[in-house]
Design a binder for this molecule. Sequence first.
Ligand SMILES: NC(=O)c1ccc[n+]([C@@H]2O[C@H](COP(=O)([O-])OP(=O)(O)OC[C@H]3O[C@@H](n4cnc5c(N)ncnc54)[C@H](OP(=O)(O)O)[C@@H]3O)[C@@H](O)[C@H]2O)c1
Length: 249
Amino acid sequence: MSANMSNMSVLITGASSGIGRATALMLAERGAALTLAARNYAALTDVTEQARRLGGQAIAVPVDVTQRAQVIELVSEAAATYGRIDGLVNCAGQGVLRPALDLTDEDIDRMLAVNTKGVLVVTQIVVGHMLKTAALRATGRPVGRVITPVGTMGRYVMRGSAAYSASKWGAAGALKAMATEFQRQGIQFTLLYFGGVDSPFWDAIDMPVQRDKMLRPQDAADAIVRALEAPAYSVLNEIVLQPESHQFL
Ligand SMILES: NC(=O)c1ccc[n+]([C@@H]2O[C@H](COP(=O)([O-])OP(=O)(O)OC[C@H]3O[C@@H](n4cnc5c(N)ncnc54)[C@H](OP(=O)(O)O)[C@@H]3O)[C@@H](O)[C@H]2O)c1
């Protein structure tokens, strides 16, 4: 029997696919109030309808996380619908894995814009909102939780990961710095280092990988939900979850 999260408002970026989508559906089963964001509105609407059928409340908001004005609009819409945001799940991200000498400016700029700046800007704006509305709330919960599946390439490296790892180490640095800055104000940060997860992420990557040996999006969603559900007096800081073939990288 799933725990009831019906009084929790959670904003998920990258909710149209993979880990974000699996997390949305798992939270919907627990009755959470969801704000689902990504660029592909048709895919997002599909997830939103499934989430409602599973018992959650859900709205779909098209957003490109690299565009600050769109992120501000997204947070306003979540606040107008649910009154507050208790949890942010940063799943919007893209991957480029190719030899360092083949990386183009477009590859490098896109990795840093989406995976580093996007996570920083979304977190900045959502946490700003969490802090502004904290006084209005008496939920007995932390003021807010920020959960980010940075991935193992934000902690380790591998061949071909120069641009991707740069973007993920950058995101991890930004999130750890914000954790220090906001810890006394009740904002809790979780960084999740997943190894390969069999999601559409890999469709665009030209590299031989064994997708049947990877984690499933549901495994990642489980860890995210666990971080959101942790007792108020505790914070799940970090998890490394690997396919069994990759223990300790
Ligand atoms: N799959 C893995 O092996 C793995 C392992 C560890 C960590 N991660 C990380 O986990 C996160 C989710 O990955 P995934 O496996 O779920 O990949 P995915 O299935 O490709 O999903 C990525 C999501 O990000 C969204 N997105 C991409 N660019 C965006 C932008 N500019 N603005 C808003 N949304 C954007 C996509 O939606 P739209 O295209 O609709 O915008 C999609 O919903 C990523 O940050 C990834 O780096 C993945």
